[in-house]
Write a protein that binds this ligand. Structure first.
Ligand code: GAL
Length: 452
């Protein structure tokens, strides 16, 4: 039966299931130039590139820095028991390395203490795309030294917060920031080309495993995971060239990071020359062991499936997307196809990897253009999206997949990277002029869903 067909509530998922919201420092915190924080690549990219819609900058964002108490209370009031947030590396180490900013450490202690007081379990993401700008000036993720810098940062965080925080997420979607930021140049820091992409991939993959080892060593009873973006890749037709194109995209978008993390090394396909080059460039055979870590959980971040067809004009991958709009299938206002059956299949696929012990859906959500009418935001489409996707999670769980939690993206509208402030994913609406928060009907829907 299609996962869309059932009416469910939180109790169907069992008593111990974890329900959370996820946010990220660069998207929510603001206070970018304050309290000793160093700039991140996103502050500078937003200032200098023309790539952000509406010229949005992360300088103030949701002002979470000053409003965290209210925002955590809101999370609690909606019925969630997990708060996933990320640490801004340049708030802890303004130069990325070297001197520690005590005010930064104190801020996160306040956030963590408040979570614990409200009985919200903190899940801390160590890296959600905001590399300190000082490190980008030295070459950023393509520079071999980034692993040394990252290890130091992780060590500082583990030593500062390890006695209070037990749930750690090492990285947020390494494929997204390496491809968008170091291959296509559409995200910070705006670099392009394989000479940036290959080493950035390798260093991010290493950082993920090495960072996890540091947490394991420094934090007693740590629950360690990391997150990957996944999209089911569907060939546009059953023609051989489309099927092969879909396979190449699948290798890049879905397998590139999880397989080395699980000890399988980078994916390799003789007919896909890019993978061969990557093996040679990254001397992967020397590193298989160091790229692997026995993660306690794998974070699945799922938004949409992708239909692709052969396109000889696109270098290397020779594939391009056939957009949902053109195919006339349901999609969000990001243009992303809505397909919860595909989410179900994606969860099952990740679960079929040998070494995956537990899954948490660490992000899932949608952008629709919300309208406020008399103070009410009746975002029916977002509610539908959540309903369908939660059904998919439950269906996978009933099949025996060990899914332990679901974290909605996101608590409130925030700085949506290159989309600026226009793409609103929140359960709570934010007026960015006044910082007024208004709970959307999807927020109320979640409250009711969770309270049963
Ligand atoms: C994810 C990312 C989030 C958020 C979301 C919606 O890829 O981790 O930070 O932006 O997409 O686009």
């Amino acid at each position: 039966m299609s996962p869309t067909a059932q009416h469910i509530s939180a109790k169907n998922f069992g008593k111990n299931f974890q329900w959370g919201v996820a946010v990220a420092a660069a998207q929510n915190e603001g206070a970018a130039n304050m309290y000793g924080r160093g700039l991140s690549v996103w502050d500078v990219f937003a200032r200098n590139s023309n790539k952000i819609k509406g010229k949005g900058k992360p300088t103030i964002a949701c002002d979470f820095y000053h409003r965290y108490k209210d925002d955590l209370l809101l999370t609690k009031a909606l019925g969630f028991n997990v708060f996933r947030f990320s640490i801004s590396w340049s708030r802890i180490l303004p130069d990325g390395t070297g001197k520690i900013n005590k005010e930064g450490i104190d801020f996160y202690h306040r956030v963590i203490d408040e979570c614990l007081k409200l009985e919200l379990i903190p899940y801390v993401t160590l890296y959600h795309w905001d590399l300190p700008y000082e490190l980008e000036k030295k070459g950023g993720w393509p520079n071999y030294f980034v692993n040394k810098w990252f290890n130091r940062y992780v060590t500082v965080c583990a030593e500062a917060f390890g006695n209070k925080v037990k749930n750690w997420i090492i990285m947020n979607e390494p494929f997204a920031f390496t491809s968008l930021g170091y291959m296509l140049g559409v995200h910070a820091p705006g670099k392009k080309g394989l000479d940036n992409f290959f080493p950035a991939v390798h260093h991010a993959a290493l950082a993920q495993a090495e960072g996890a080892r540091i947490i394991r060593q420094k934090v007693s009873n740590a629950n360690i995971g990391t997150t990957f973006s996944f999209s089911e890749i569907v060939p546009y037709s059953d023609k051989k060239e489309d099927v092969e194109a879909a396979n190449r995209v699948d290798i890049l978008m879905n397998r590139l990071f999880i397989e080395p993390a699980l000890g399988k090394g980078y994916p390799r396909e003789e007919s896909f020359r890019l993978t061969e080059r990557m093996h040679i460039n990254n001397k992967e055979w020397k590193y298989i062991e160091r790229l692997q870590f026995d993660f306690d959980f794998i974070g699945i971040q799922y938004y949409f499936p992708l239909t692709v067809r052969y396109n000889g004009l696109i270098p290397f991958v020779r594939a391009s997307e056939v957009k949902a709009k053109i195919r006339k299938v349901p999609h969000t206002d990001m243009g992303w196809e809505i397909n919860a059956d595909s989410f179900y299949r994606t969860i099952k696929k990740i679960w079929s990897y040998d070494n995956v012990k537990e899954i948490i859906i660490t992000e899932n959500g949608s952008f629709f253009k919300d309208e406020i009418k008399n103070g009410v935001i009746d975002d029916k489409e977002r509610i539908n999206y959540f309903q369908q996707h939660l059904n998919a999670v439950l269906k996978a769980k009933k099949d025996g997949v060990n899914v332990k939690g679901y974290f909605a993206w996101t608590l409130m509208d925030n700085f949506e990277w290159a989309e600026g402030y226009n793409a609103r994913f929140g359960l709570v609406h934010v007026d960015f002029e006044t910082q007024l928060r208004t709970i959307k009907n999807s927020g109320f829907w979640f409250r009711d869903f969770l309270s049963t």
